[in-house]
Design a protein around this ligand. Structure first.
Ligand SMILES: Nc1nc2c(c(=O)[nH]1)N[C@H]1C(S)=C(S)[C@@H](COP(=O)(O)O)O[C@H]1N2
Ligand SMILES: [Mo]
Length: 166
């Protein structure tokens, strides 16, 4: 397992698991839409991230997450671009939605190895606790603020709409 961000370690906290197991719908402009459980996320190489972020309401937070690279998961779904053409990839967005309706966008370029190279994860564990029931959590190590660390992910949508604009 590769460490993507190093900070001092913190005592683990327990995330309450509630409701039925969350599945994640991977849809949009992809050749192979998928419905993934959190255990399914172990099918890709696992990365660890020790992260720190600020929350407007709860202050400084530090957590450890593990999971696959979002890039690896999305590439296996077959995004509708020519992978050999950088300018083609630049026109894509990735939308992530939590079960409570909280949502945020990433640009494809943020996670692309030729551009931002951000090691964004859909995490399968949170402070060494499996997220099998709570749902995957987006880990965005480049963010100072925690608002894009979307928990209980229920959908990820790849959007190539800007490829045809206008
Ligand atoms: N689904 C969902 N995820 C969310 C939020 C939310 O409202 N809904 N709030 C975000 C915000 S504002 C912060 S700061 C972090 C807080 O993460 P923590 O409580 O696990 O430290 O969760 C993020 N993830
Ligand atoms: Mo926050």
């Amino acid at each position: 397992m590769r460490e993507v961000v190093a900070h001092e370690s913190v005592p683990p906290t327990v995330r309450t698991a509630a409701g039925p197991a969350t599945e994640l719908d991977l849809t949009g402009d992809v050749a192979h839409p998928a419905r993934l459980t959190v255990p399914d996320l172990h099918a890709w190489p696992q990365h660890a991230a020790q992260v720190a972020f600020e929350c407007n309401t709860s202050g400084s937070r530090q957590h450890r997450f593990t999971g696959p690279l979002l890039l690896d998961v999305l590439m296996d779904a077959g995004p509708a671009f020519d992978p050999a053409r950088r300018k083609d990839r630049l026109r894509f967005l990735v939308a992530v939605r939590g079960a409570d309706g909280h949502r945020a966008l990433l640009s494809w370029a943020e996670i692309d190895p030729d551009f931002g190279r951000a090691p964004v994860l859909p995490a399968a564990t949170f402070d060494d606790t499996p997220l099998d029931r709570a749902g995957a959590q987006l880990v965005v190590p480049q963010d100072r603020c925690g608002a894009r660390y979307i928990s209980g992910i229920e959908a990820i949508r790849v959007d190539g709409g800007y490829a045809a604009w206008p």
